[in-house]
Design a binder for this molecule. Structure first.
Ligand code: ATP
Ligand code: MG
Length: 197
């Protein structure tokens, strides 16, 4: 049988429990063998703010996923450099894991941006898309081609990386919003001390 692999792309600046619950729920729902977390290179959608160093985002993602035997982290987008295009991510992952079926997992907000992504039909050939619910965003399939997108309701986690960064800058806690190891990594590296966004 083909290996079924979830792909969770994100800036992960920092990774939080909203990302982890979404990945875990989709893995259970689709019987995925693995979920690969793929931290972005310098993301063009976020070029208005400084994104933390790729190595810090990569290491936080490793720390957050280390205890789950089905969760892995890929450096493809970081090592390619430059802006991340989802077609490149999926093409690289197909090359590394030949013959597998990819499930690209996005929150409701990111799914809403799908239509602005490049080469839609190529995207849908590379992966099945899974849109998960996210508090504050409407989840709908935007009349995308039949069978190309599945919408999944996941436990509501009103957490965003933006809020986590603000909390750290304000000296407020991020305990229980991000995994303990990530709280400690943020403090060890002194991340998010300056208000940025
Ligand atoms: P930022 O506030 O910096 O944009 P974020 O919290 O949105 O950060 P991203 O790294 O931008 O996190 O998101 C990566 C993916 O995870 C996107 O598909 C996004 O929709 C999804 N996601 C993020 N937070 C949640 C959440 N709380 N519930 C469900 N999906 C989420
Ligand atoms: Mg986001």
């Amino acid at each position: 049988m083909k290996r079924k692999i979830g792909v969770m792309g994100g800036t992960f600046d920092p990774i939080h429990h909203g990302h982890l619950v979404a990945a875990s729920e989709v893995a259970d729902r689709f019987g995925l063998d693995e979920v690969v977390f793929v931290p972005t290179g310098q993301p063009w959608q976020k070029s208005e703010r400084e994104v933390s160093a790729a190595e810090d985002r990569y290491l936080m993602t490793v720390v957050a996923t280390a205890s789950n035997p089905r969760f892995t982290v890929s450096r493809v987008d970081i090592d390619r450099g430059g802006a991340t295009y989802t077609t490149d991510t999926l093409t690289d992952l197909h090359r590394q894991r030949p013959g597998s079926e990819l499930y690209f997992i996005t929150g409701a907000d990111a799914l809403a941006q799908i239509l602005s992504w490049q080469k839609l039909d190529e995207l849908f050939d590379l992966a099945h898309f899974v849109g998960v619910t996210r508090p504050g965003y409407e989840l709908d399939d935007h009349h995308l081609p039949d069978g190309s997108v599945t919408l999944v309701e996941v436990p509501a986690m009103a957490i965003s990386s933006t809020d986590c960064r603000r909390r750290v800058a304000d000296g407020r806690p991020v305990w229980y919003l991000v995994p303990d190891g990530v709280v400690q990594y943020i403090s060890k590296r002194g991340l998010y001390q300056e208000p940025s966004s």
